[in-house]
Design a protein around this ligand. Sequence first.
Ligand code: ADP
Ligand code: ZN
Length: 521
Amino acid sequence: MMKNAHRVLEQYFGFSSFRFGQEPLIGHALERKNALGIMPTGGGKSLCYQIPGLLLDGTAVIISPLISLMKDQVDSLNSHGIASTYINSSLSYEEQSQRMFDVQRGRYQFVYVAPERFDSEGFISSLRRTKLSLIAFDEAHCISQWGHDFRPSYRSVVGQIQKLGNLPVVMGLTATATEEVTKDIQQLLSIENEHVVNTGFSRDNLNFQIVKGKEKHDFIQDYIKTRPKESGIIYAATRKDIDRLHQWLSREGVKVAKYHAGLSEQERKSAQNQFIKDEVTVMVATNAFGMGIDKSNVRYVIHYALPMNIESYYQEAGRAGRDGERSDCILLFSARDIQLQKFLIEQSLMEEEKKTEEYQKLQQMVNYCHTDKCLQEYMLTYFKDPFRHEPCGMCSNCLHTGEIRDITRESQIILSCVKRMHERYGSGMVAKVVKGSKSQKVMETRFHKLSTYGLLSDLKEKDITQMIQFLVAEGYLAVEDGKFPLLRLTQESLAILKGEKTVQMIIESASKAHQEIDVNE
Ligand code: ADP
Ligand code: ZN
C-alpha cells in the first residue's frame, strides 16, 4: 500500500521522498486507523491527508477553520489535476447547493469546509448520501477546550459526524498541541496512542531572541536597515500601535503595509497581496495576519508587544522561515506590556476559571522573557516535546556572554522577605523592602521593621526586580494568578531557604546588554 503512496507522491506532487512523520501517518490512514499528526509548521501536514484521500475510495472532507486558505489549497489541488472544491460562507447560497450536489455525485476527491457547516442538518444529510474516504481535521487543536484557540463550533462537529453512520477514517493534524490537548483530541476523535505521530515541535532554523532594555523603535530601525530586501512581519497589539509604526516606517522609506481589523476587507486583501508578492517587505499587523497565508520566505518576525501565551507566540513567530532557511524571531520585551495583556484578560468575557488559566499562561510567557536557558529548549519543554534537545546555540540566551553569579544569598533574602510579607505583595513592593526604600507605602505597612528590610541595599531596585523575575521563571517563586501578581513561595523555595540548593544567574554587564542582539550581524 505504501508503494502506491510513493507513486502518488511522485506523480501528483513531484516529490521523491517523504518528510519525517508523513509516512507512518499516511500508513495508518490507509489501514483505516484514525490517526493524529503533530508536526511543526511547514512540516508537510497537508500531504498526510491528501495522499490517503487520493488512494482511498470516495470523497475526502477536510475541515479547516481557515477560510482564507481554502481557496488556495483547492486551486493548488486542481492545478495538480485533482478535482477539488470548497464550500463556505463566501459563496452564494445557490453556489453552495450546486457544489454540495456535485459532492454527492462523487465529482470531487476533496472538499474543504469550515466547521460551522456541520451545524446544518441539510449538510449532514447530504454527506450521509456521499461516499466518504476520509475526514481530516486541520488545525485539530481548535477542537480542544484546553487549546489556546478553542472553537466551540469545531468541537460540535465531533457530535455531528457521529450522525453520518458509516464513519470513514478520521485524521487530526496540528502544529501545536500540549499533552492535555493531544489527549483531548484523541478522545474526541477515537485515536489510539499507537496512531499518534508526533515529530516534535522543533524548528531548528528559527533563531529566537529577546531584546530587553532597548528602545523598541531604535531596535527596529537598526535591524531593518541591515536587511532592506528581506520580508518580515512586525506584530503589534493595538491598531493605534500599528498605524503609528506603519506611518513611521513609511516615512523612513521602508516598503511597508499594514493589516488590522479596523481596515476594510479590500484594504486588508490588498495589503496581504502586496506582502505575498514582495511589493512590500515589511508587514505591520495584529496576530490575525498570517493565519492562512502561505509565504515561505518570511525572514523575521518581530513582536513589538508581548504575546498572550507561549502557544500564540510559537505559532506567530513560526510564520518565519517556513522554507527551512534561517530566520529570526525577536521579542521586544517591556514590562509594561504585561499590564496590557492582563487588562485584556480582565476585560474579556471568560469565566473566572478560564481567566485564571489565562493568567497562568501569561506568566509562562513572561517567564520565557526572563529565563536564562536556551529559548528554543524552553519552548520545547513547554510543549513537552517528545525528543531531547541540546541548547540551540544561536538564540539570545545561548549567545549570552554575561557572567554567572551565585545569587543564593540574595535569593534567600528575597524569599524570606516574601514570607515575612505574608505572600501578599508583588515584586515591586518586595524589591522596595529588601532594598530598604523609605517610600510612603513601605512606611505605612511598617515593613521597614522587618528583619529583611534593607538587606540588599547595595543593589539597584531594578536589579532586585530582575532577580525576582528570574526566581519566578525558575520556579523558586510563584506568582499568584489573578489581576494582581502576588508572590508566593513554592516547594522549591524551601530547598533554597534551607540552604539545600544554590541559585546561579547570568548577570549581564550594562554594555553587554546592548550588544546581545548584534552578535550575528
Ligand atoms: P504544514 O501544513 O505542515 O505547515 P504544508 O503541508 O503546507 O505544511 O507543507 C509545507 C511545504 O512543504 C509545502 O510547500 C509542501 O509542498 C512541501 N512538502 C510537503 N511534503 C513534502 C515532501 N515530502 N517533500 C518535499 N516537499 C514537501
Ligand atoms: Zn538556544
